[in-house]
Design a binder for this molecule. Structure first.
Ligand SMILES: Nc1ncnc2c1ncn2[C@@H]1O[C@H](COP(=O)(O)OP(=O)(O)OP(=O)(O)O)[C@@H](O)[C@H]1O
Ligand SMILES: [Mg+2]
Length: 272
């Protein structure tokens, strides 16, 4: 493989090569992401699985062009043919929201608590020129909420985030993230705060967005049950490195790496 050649049509949506992220510390630098390579195909899902502090959020936010303020980043990141590391901040802000959707780890992170849901979604459509008039943007909102599994979309569009249940708020955040039909959706622990039934519904929603829009999903979790439900591919992270990759079924049923085996065994212990 020639690593610097951009992906042509039919290639992966996301290609990360030898990505490293270091945070300078008082004593020693934290190597939050250590020489990571991965890719996600159109309509595919990659689950980034790892324990707390393994670097999952740092990796996800670096792909979004939002690593910590003093992060030192090396390596290559391509979104389709676009070299993301070569973009200016202004160019990157056009990519975020239109070509990459993001559901952040903090469930309140993407919705503005002071504004109703509908106008927030309409504004994203206007900002990225998906809707050219205010009217067209407003009219598109109920359909987008419905596609994210929100019942009574007109009423929800008029609600403030704090007026919604956690599950509905997360659906609204997902509707916002995919409003401009991005190529890639990055979701960081999107179901951690939700009960089991809602969790399954949200994970299945990602599945339907993948098949309906050809959306590629990069999903971050520490939860094996979440990884199993999403399916697709999994990359197991430990202290900044990917220790094992493969299909989720294969990796979780026959782990090749001792760390993955420990994760699976610990989970089995919880269930017993
Ligand atoms: N802005 C920052 N400045 C300095 N160190 C950071 C910063 N962000 C993250 N780190 C460090 O990088 C490492 C990876 O953190 P990260 O948040 O990416 O892990 P994570 O896998 O998402 O964990 P969790 O499951 O708890 O969310 C940790 O040691 C963390 O303390
Ligand atoms: Mg995290």
């Amino acid at each position: 493989m020639t690593p610097r050649e951009p992906a042509g049509p039919g290639g992966p949506v996301l290609r990360v090569e030898e990505l490293s992220v270091r945070y300078p510390g008082r004593d020693a630098a934290v190597h939050a992401v250590d020489t990571v390579s991965l890719s996600v195909e159109p309509g595919g899902a990659l689950v980034l699985l790892g324990e707390s502090g393994s670097g999952k959020t740092t990796l996800a936010r670096t792909v979004l062009g939002l690593p910590g303020r003093n992060a030192r980043v090396t390596g290559r990141i391509h979104l389709g043919p676009t070299d993301l590391r070569a973009l200016t901040e202004r160019e990157f802000s056009r990519v975020r929201g239109s070509r990459i959707g993001y559901v952040p780890q903090d469930p309140t992170g993407s919705l503005d608590p002071l504004r109703r849901i509908g106008p927030q979604i309409a504004e994203v459509l206007r900002r990225h020129r998906v809707a050219t008039t205010r009217r067209a943007a407003r009219d598109a909102v109920p359909g987008l909420l419905t596609a994210a599994g929100v019942p009574e979309p007109e009423r929800i569009a008029r609600s403030f985030p704090h007026e919604l249940s956690g599950g509905l708020r997360q659906r609204a955040a997902i509707a916002l993230a995919v409003a401009c039909e991005p190529e890639l959706l990055i979701a960081d622990e999107p179901t951690t705060a939700l009960d089991a039934l809602v969790r399954v519904q949200i994970l299945d929603l990602f599945g339907s967005l993948r098949s309906r829009l050809g959306l590629a999903v990069l999903l971050v979790t520490h939860d094996l049950a979440v990884a199993r439900r999403v399916g697709g591919q999994v990359a197991v992270m430990r202290t900044g490195r990917i220790v094992e990759t493969g299909t989720t079924d294969q990796v979780l049923s026959r782990p090749a790496h001792s760390f993955t085996a420990e994760l699976v065994a610990a989970r089995a212990g919880v269930r017993r």
